[in-house]
Design a protein around this ligand. Structure first.
Ligand SMILES: [Zn+2]
Length: 231
């Protein structure tokens, strides 16, 4: 905290960006990196606005605005660094990177030999996907969450990559999903096809959506539309 207080005053914001689930604010002399994790939240408001109970860090700007980092459960993280190399080095490619072609994605899947759901959540494999978007993308691509990655053929890989891109773009268009009090203003929860819909009819075939645990994560899928290939 002392380091932040010593280094931040006098710096100005040069750029705002994102890599995987990290948000970056590039300052004149250093870079602030945020990871909201499960309960972190950022608020931009006039400096005279009252502070909230779990505000962990506040930045007052000379423009009269204030950025507050609020985190009820203290899962979130903030770093102040000179370069982001150490934080970002091990991350996989961004799903919307044009260099990530269907052929390249297929090759990545073949090399891993892991169940597809935990593999897609692994930020070292592909950056940015969380539980909701993974379940929704696998449903769109008609792939079972436990399908082993190397068994997916070129067509499967291309369909999955398209589904991931479509799902992320839809989420962004809806301002994300507001299923937690922290995340305000999102609408994507109203477009869920399978996520948190266990027992409800599949929007494609009408069979009930199933929920299983895959690597500790609640996983929603349609057993009829997402059959295990080769099983
Ligand atoms: Zn179905």
């Amino acid at each position: 905290m002392e380091t932040f207080q010593a280094l931040l005053p006098g710096q100005s914001v040069q750029d705002i960006g994102r890599r995987a689930k990290f948000l970056t604010i590039t300052l004149s002399e250093s870079i602030l990196v945020f990871h909201l994790r499960m309960s972190g939240d950022l608020r931009m408001e006039p400096s005279e606005s009252p502070l909230e109970k779990h505000d962990r860090m506040v930045l007052d700007f000379t423009s009269g605005w204030r950025l507050s980092f609020n985190d009820t459960r203290k899962f979130g993280r903030v770093w102040l660094v000179y370069d982001t190399l150490a934080i970002f080095a091990a991350l996989g490619p961004e799903p919307d990177d044009p260099a990530l072609t269907p052929a390249k994605f297929h090759e990545m899947l073949r090399e891993r030999k892991r169940a597809i759901k935990p593999l897609l959540l692994d930020q070292h494999f592909l950056a940015g996907l969380g539980n909701i978007y993974t379940d929704e993308a696998l449903f769109r691509a008609s792939i079972h969450p436990l399908q082993s990655s190397e068994t997916l053929d070129e067509q499967d890989a291309a369909r999955l990559l398209e589904a991931i891109r479509f799902t992320l773009a839809s989420g962004i268009e809806s301002n994300g999903a507001s299923i937690d009090w922290v995340y305000r203003g999102g609408d994507f929860q109203n477009h869920f096809q399978v996520y948190q819909r266990s027992g409800k009819p599949c929007p494609r075939c009408g069979q009930p959506i199933n929920k299983i645990l895959v690597g500790q994560r609640g996983t929603h899928f349609c057993p009829n539309c997402q059959k295990l290939k080769g099983a």
